[in-house]
Write a protein that binds this ligand. Structure first.
Ligand code: PLP
Length: 375
């Protein structure tokens, strides 16, 4: 089966893990500190603004807490979002308010957000669908005008930029995922960016039991080093040196990953452009950089599922991201969102990852074209 997503973990990652094993310290330590530093450098932000986290979902929960979102508050997010984003809002006692997406880009827009703003709106939580940035000038202008916080779910958009500025650094917080299905994979893991160092320090304490002193060899005390104080009722949601060692190696390869993905994206768009029953993703604006996380095709609702089945029968796995959250019973009931609903019925994400061979991508295109001949 050709996977829709797949990690690219090789000898370099294995060797880095071996070095961690040999150091006899596999918990959060120097290697994690190094990974955080390199990630901050990669983004071009101050080291003090970035902390690693056990997963991106935890980063979303932390973001919501950090911004003081609670009962009586509303947080707007596109219905085409990761379920953990809505869970984080609802678990804080606030109301997730789902907004529309653009039918072709599947991104929220300033207009679709504005429609849902009420006096209770405390924050907006967006993602950059498939790696293509939202129109950040318009969204930031709107939120700034209204005094509303912005959380950026950057799980799709690790290498994305909008007018030269990295996605994930536009808002009050930004969160990244390194789970098994993302571009940069550490097994599980994530990163959180905060607008200022005080917020990042607060997150660090929340992520490690509220401890004010560092554990392990890094402790400075030379007497009674087992005593401690806490600043808050923190959880334990940190990365460890095994995952961070993998992350450090993956980060070096990220530019190559992105360029391979871009190549595949361009190949699909060119090879499928003449099929009148199918739409390839919209052109990527010249002033942005995508991460090419998803490649999505759109077709008629009555044939989308047959196409998915045909491809699966031919050994090609596809999926749709992200199932509309206003259709999830526990998050409903919620007013209809025609664009999001249409996108959910017509869109299919086909395989795109850095380990795909040219044989794979040709097979995928051939299978799609073959399906078209039978229509
Ligand atoms: C994968 C994903 C997440 C969650 O990441 P984890 O690290 O698995 O918690 C959040 N948002 C989006 C858009 C994702 O694709």
């Amino acid at each position: 089966m050709i996977n829709v997503f797949q990690p690219a973990l090789r000898q370099e990652e294995l060797q880095a893990v071996l070095r961690v094993f040999e150091s006899n310290w596999v918990g959060k330590g120097k290697v994690t500190d190094q990974f955080e530093t390199e990630f901050a450098n990669y983004l071009g932000v101050e080291r003090t603004l970035v902390r690693s986290v056990s997963c991106c979902t935890e980063g979303l929960f932390q973001s919501v807490a950090l911004l003081g979102v609670g009962p009586e508050d509303e947080v707007i997010l596109p219905s085409i979002s990761f379920v953990g984003a809505a869970n984080a809002i609802a678990a804080a006692g606030a109301r997730p308010v789902f907004c529309e997406v653009s039918r072709r880009t599947l991104n929220a827009t300033a207009e679709s957000i504005e429609e849902k703003i009420t006096p209770r709106t405390k924050a907006v939580l967006i993602l950059h669908y498939g790696g293509v940035p939202c129109e950040m000038d318009e969204i930031c202008r709107l939120l700034c005008e209204k005094g509303i916080y912005l959380i950026e779910d950057n799980a799709c958009s690790i290498a994305s930029q909008y007018r030269g500025k990295p996605c994930g650094t536009f808002g009050d917080t930004g969160v990244w995922s390194f789970d098994a299905m993302k571009i940069l994979v550490t097994g599980d893991g994530g990163m959180i960016y905060c607008k200022n160092a005080e917020m990042a320090q607060q997150v660090e304490e929340q992520l490690y039991l509220g401890l004010l002193t560092k554990s392990g060899y890094s402790g400075k005390a030379d007497t009674r080093w087992w005593e401690f104080e806490i600043s808050c009722y923190g959880r334990r949601a940190i990365m460890n040196d095994i995952a961070s060692a993998i992350g450090t190696e993956q980060l070096k390869k990220l530019p190559d990953f992105i360029s391979r993905r871009r190549q595949i994206h361009e190949f699909y768009s060119q090879a499928l452009s003449d099929l009148e029953w199918l739409q390839t993703p919209p052109d990527i604006p010249r002033y942005v950089q995508s991460s090419y996380y998803l490649y999505w095709i759109q077709t008629r609702a009555d044939i989308r599922d047959q196409l998915a089945k045909h491809l699966r029968d031919n050994g090609i796995y596809t999926t749709f991201r992200y199932y509309p959250l206003h259709w999830v019973k526990l998050h409903g009931p919620h007013p209809a969102l025609p664009n999001a609903e249409e996108a959910a019925q017509t869109t299919l994400c086909i395989p795109i990852h850095q380990s795909l061979s040219d044989d794979d991508t040709h097979k995928i295109v051939d299978s799609i074209r073959e399906f078209g001949k039978r229509l």
